[in-house]
Design a protein. Sequence first.
Length: 364
Amino acid sequence: MRRENIGDISTATRELEQQPRAGSTSNTRVVVTGAGGFIGHHLVTELKHRGFWVRGVDVKYPEFRDTDADEFLLRDLRSPSECLEALEGSHEAYALAADMGGMGYIASRDAKILHDNALINLNTIEAARLSGVTRYLYTSSACIYPEHLQTREDVRALKEEDAYPACPQDGYGWEKLISERLCQYYASDYGLNARIVRFHNIFGPLGTWQGGREKVPAALCRKVALAKLTGNDEIEIWGDGEQTRSFCYIADCVEGILRLMQSDYRAPLNLGQDRLITINQLADLISEISGVTIRKSHIPGPEGVRGRNSDNSRLRAELRWEPQVSLEDGLAETYRWIEGEVQEMLAGPETDLQIAASFTSTSP
Ligand code: NAD
Ligand code: GDD
């Protein structure tokens, strides 16, 4: 069953909050902030599989599936008092809430993103300290790495120590870096048992695939699906398509988060794949999976860094593990889900068709 997004919190929506349900085998009470979002939703599901009692917190319910959380609180974490309510009585906390998106979103909203995400993280960590949380995991980003190390497509993979001297990407990256420091200061000054993970472009089913926040794997799956289902074989790609990235499947992301939380490792750690590919190659892979031939049209758009890859040496050494799912397998799952969503949209009312038509020009 789908839920509608709930942008603002009202008394009425709070009454929808779910009641605890049976099925927890652990006495550990876990809070996941951002549980209405892509990674948070999958993380809640996996924590439930592992027997934890889980509280999800977000300003909205998950968009595509009901949550598996025992309890789901609609709270705005920019507010200190709502953060305290969110963290109250918890033992472990995963801090995922953020105003976030792909390049089409973060490249043009520096002030709002830095302001809102700083408030979320300042309030969440302080509420965790006051609530006596025993383990805390903060979700940072590859965007904290200096832009001058990411100017070529055949980029050297980024090691954790490359973060300094600092020159992060956009207001989004600056906030992530300062919130990493915040975690480290809370650890040294207050003894908070904190972990910090730096994600590299995570993708998979149940992630945003339209509307402006989508990252390139979902955007290209949507464009290829539209090409297949409408017969218009041209898809638009921002830039010349020779910019490079690595992409990590959601199941590996969740596994990595849980392994890091269980480990004793406290310094920032990359979590991503280390297979570098161009955006043009990514489009070709998705086209192969879909079974449709596409024509690429390169248009101006926000490109971000020229190349970015994850160096996983420390990940392998510290967690004795690295992401396992191949890009082909992950994309096949993701494409299948997005094609279904696009199909549903195309079968929907006229307004949806108008949205679909607008996707033929996606430069922001
Ligand atoms: P997402 O946008 O799907 O989820 C973030 C959630 O935070 C959303 O559901 C949103 O409603 C919620 N949120 C925003 N403002 C809030 C507020 N004021 N109070 C409560 N909730 C609020 O993003 P995601 O992909 O699931 O990312 C999860 C975390 O991982 C974020 O911190 C993000 O910055 C980080 N990250 C993700 C990626 C990636 O590739 N997905 C890469 C690097 C870092
Ligand atoms: N989103 C998107 N949509 N990107 C496109 C498109 C499109 O239709 N066409 C080409 N691209 C290109 C972008 O121009 C960029 O060069 C590249 O694909 C990757 O774009 P994104 O997936 O949007 O973002 P990113 O990899 O630069 O950064 C993302 O990952 C970071 C972590 O690795 C963002 O989500 C960041 O917020 C995140 O922290």
